[in-house]
Design a binder for this molecule. Structure first.
Ligand code: HPA
Ligand code: ZN
Length: 327
């Protein structure tokens, strides 16, 4: 109970949250009705009941369908504002938020509509919630690198509204090397670089994300333990992993929380963090990820709690002076 209190109350940063994954079923239904979009699910309950995933792809199919209700700048604002209010309640003081523009531009929604709505929510979050947040544009790795380049071009007029780029969607069969050129261009533009790797894909995808994409942080990365040399490298170079325990169980990366390797990652000296990934789909926001994971793993206590909070600030992309103040 005391540990729960520490976990819930400690200030923390969230570094792995897909804003489209914060869209709750109630909001999906409200937006579908408002925008005249027909959903294949008759009710909020029926939609929620469909959230029974067997792997990453089975989730992505439903996640992209859900995001299909977003049409106007107001919709993107409302989605992000709901997340920020929820994050504030979990004592998140800083959040680096992924968004998937290709999911929306492919449906005819303008890039400007997406980013302006999200950005306006972030501005209001800073003013009204005292929460700092920034955006990271994710390329969908099941699409081509040419598509990613085209998206980058569309994004450049809004360069001041996002801090970096990431890589998400189906990992297997879409290795880091597929996006080496576009990440090279992003690096030259001074963008921060992250990539999902080692969630479903092998440990070699983590090494390749570091060497071929110059990723500064790895999203998930839990399969690094399959390669002891990689573990040593991650620890010595202080390359952070943004781990998402509830997501990992829902997508069958681990059979249950009790077999999750987050305790091992910390014991190996890796800068691991805890994050929610797609909280509306995986059964909990950030504090639920913390409390459920700590409840399931007896080797985690107050020491690890503070370590994880400290790691979240160290691994963030905020200015050095701010980071020092938080740590
Ligand atoms: N992995 C890959 N793509 C995603 C995820 C994830 O966990 N969440 C949303 N898009
Ligand atoms: Zn993710």
């Amino acid at each position: 109970q005391e540990l729960d209190c520490i976990l819930r109350r400690m200030p923390k940063a969230e570094l792995h949250i897909h804003i489209e994954g914060s869209l709750e079923p109630e909001l999906i239904f409200r937006m579908a009705q408002k925008n005249g979009i027909k959903l294949v699910y008759p009710s909020v309950e029926a939609l929620r009941a469909a959230y029974a995933f067997t792997d990453l792809q089975s989730f992505l199919d439903i996640y992209y369908a859900g995001a299909g209700v977003l049409q106007t700048e107001e919709d993107f604002f409302d989605m992000a504002w709901s997340y920020l209010e929820r994050a504030k309640a979990d004592n998140v003081i800083h959040s680096e938020i992924f968004f998937d523009p290709q999911t929306h531009t492919a449906r005819g929604v303008a890039f400007a509509t997406v980013i302006n709505g999200l950005h306006r929510a972030i501005e209001r979050g800073r003013e009204e919630l005292g929460l700092s947040a920034s955006l990271i544009l994710c390329f969908l790795r099941h699409l081509s690198e040419a598509d990613a380049f085209a998206t980058l071009e569309e994004a450049l007029p809004f360069r001041d509204k996002f801090i970096g780029v990431g890589l998400d969607s189906g990992e297997r069969g879409n290795p880091p090397e597929k996006f080496a050129a576009v990440f090279g261009r992003c690096q030259a533009l001074g963008l921060r670089l992250v990539a999902h790797a080692g969630e479903e894909g092998p440990a070699s995808y983590i090494s390749d994300a570091l060497d071929l994409l110059r990723a500064e942080r790895i999203d998930h990365g839990v399969r690094c333990l399959e390669d002891p040399q990689l573990v040593a490298r991650l620890a010595s170079e202080r390359i952070a992993l943004t781990v998402c325990p509830l997501s990992n169980v829902k997508l069958a990366v681990f059979p249950e929380l009790g077999s999750h390797n987050i305790g091992r990652l910390l014991a190996e000296g890796i800068v691991a963090t805890i994050n929610s990934d797609d909280p509306a789909y995986f059964g909990g926001y950030l504090n639920e990820n913390f409390t459920a994971t700590f409840a399931a793993l007896p080797q985690l206590g107050a020491r690890q709690a503070y370590q994880l909070a400290r790691n979240s600030f160290e691994a963030s992309f905020v200015a050095e002076e701010t980071r020092k103040r938080w740590i």
